[in-house]
Design a protein around this ligand. Structure first.
Ligand SMILES: Cc1ncc(COP(=O)(O)O)c(C=O)c1O
Length: 450
């Protein structure tokens, strides 16, 4: 099996860095100017983590492509890390947004579109009651609060190296066998070990042991882990997860924010899962901030009996701009016309084409890598066998290799999702786009090991 030569990797990386700087003078100039009034030269701290020495500044995007301020055009396989899974500026969402913008943006009052959205989410995911949030982070925070409120239990349980947004309780990992703040976690209010139990995904023994004392309000899980590579549940894992949570009186919250790539009703609907709560954000409104969480009839009833109307504004759940008229209009248009069955019928076969292409190259160069797919999402990881849990996956993380593959792709006109090697397919992506990626992936690998 091919072993990556580290000094050659450094040479390839240096070469790509130089090429990036030379071909992006305008982005470089904007980044330098931005140092004066934007912390770190970016409007949001993660934007410093792109593979180049500075981020590409965007001019505009349409469908599966965007153009930067240097006039370079990219195939976008990042798609705003799922925020733009619909493709950029989807026509139906944009038209609805434009019309609504002229009729008012926010009222702190419901509009009729909210009913349509609630009905549609119930139809798609099978949970009867819905509430809105601005972001998936918010939806998760609210779901955790509700779970603690109605169970009167202190802990939540998450899986090692999960990601559910910037939710304090979920920024915990197993470090040398001990639960504590995830590396990088800034200023946690308390050590998350006080709020959170962390176990590895696919470990039923650990799940039994963690839930046995009856002090865990809820398990918060992606049905398939997607933020540390794509980690599939073992056969039977979900049935066991549901049985153990039910037996111990623990609520099950499934976060479908990324796994909505599996189909119009997410992985939950595609696999007949029955969570107590379900959270989702990102692509729901075509790129406009909007999120939602759903509740089973039983959870809804327990919530009702615990949330008096006269203190609902101080419940810790809500937000002034949440469920605003613009977001609900965008959600309706996106669910009705963009994130449709037909869209998935197009994007899932393209993701299969993507994984087939990457797999061929892995085989050709005998690389110790694997490629996985979930619906219209695909990802390669620098490990021979797919990981079964976050601990295994993170052990195979290779920062330099990751940076090189991203930068080589970017220099050839392809944007991959940062922090990992993820590609998402939009309804406007074409077979030619996918084949272009396969070609670029092969060239990048060949330069490294060929
Ligand atoms: C599974 C999952 N849930 C929630 C979130 C948080 O989304 P947002 O940052 O839009 O709040 C993310 C973000 O990557 C995610 O991957």
């Amino acid at each position: 099996m091919t072993v990556i030569n580290r000094s050659r990797l450094q040479d390839c990386l240096a070469h790509e860095q130089q090429r990036f700087i030379e071909t992006h003078p305008r982005s470089k100039a904007l980044f330098e100017r931005a140092q004066q009034h934007l912390l770190g030269g970016v409007p949001m701290n993660w934007m410093v983590r792109w593979a180049g020495r500075f981020p590409v500044f965007v001019a505009e995007g349409q469908g599966a492509h965007f153009t930067d301020v240097d006039g370079l055009r990219y195939l976008d396989l990042c798609l705003g890390d799922t925020g733009a899974m619909t493709g950029h500026a989807p026509a139906a969402s944009v038209q609805a947004l434009t019309e609504q913008a002229q009729r008012g943006l926010t009222f702190m009052l419901p509009t009729e579109n909210a009913l349509w959205v609630g009905e549609e989410l119930a139809r798609r995911f099978g949970l009867p009651y819905w509430q809105m949030a601005m972001t998936a982070t918010d939806a998760n925070r609210f779901a955790l609060r509700l779970a603690r409120a109605i169970t009167q239990r202190p802990y939540v349980l998450v899986f090692n190296y999960c990601y559910h947004g910037t939710v304090d309780e979920t920024f915990a990992t197993i470090n040398d066998g001990v639960v504590g703040p995830r590396p990088g976690n800034l200023g946690p209010a308390v050590n998350p070990a006080q709020t959170t139990k962390v176990i590895e995904f696919n470990d039923l023994g650990a799940l039994e042991a963690a839930l046995a004392p009856g002090d865990v309000a809820c398990v918060l899980a992606e049905p398939v882990m997607t933020n540390i590579g794509i980690i599939q549940p073992d056969p039977g894992y979900h049935a066991a997860l549901r049985a153990i949570t039910q037996r111990t009186g623990t609520l099950l919250i499934l976060d479908e924010t990324h796994t909505i790539c599996a189909g119009p009703g997410g992985y939950t609907r595609a696999h007949g899962l029955e969570p107590d709560l379900l959270t989702i954000g990102k692509p729901l409104a075509g790129g406009m901030p909007a999120a939602a969480y759903g509740l089973s009839a039983e959870v809804a009833e327990r919530v009702r009996s615990r949330t008096p109307e006269d203190t609902s504004d101080t419940s810790g759940i809500g937000g002034t701009l949440t469920a605003n008229a613009l977001a609900l209009t965008a959600m309706r248009a996106t669910l009705e016309h963009v994130l449709t069955e037909e869209a998935y019928a197009k994007t899932i076969p393209l993701a299969e084409r993507f994984t087939d292409g990457v797999q061929r190259v892995i085989k050709e160069f005998d690389l110790p890598w694997n490629v996985a797919r979930l619906g219209c999402r695909a990802e390669y990881w620098f490990r021979h066998e797919p990981a079964r849990n976050g601990g295994e996956a993170v052990a195979a993380y290779d920062a330099d290799l990751d940076r090189y593959m991203h930068l080589a792709a970017l220099n050839r006109g392809i944007l991959l999702t940062p922090f990992h090697n993820m590609a998402l397919i939009a309804p406007d992506t074409t077979e030619a786009d996918i084949d272009f990626h396969t070609k670029v992936f092969r060239e990048s690998v060949q330069a490294l090991v060929g």
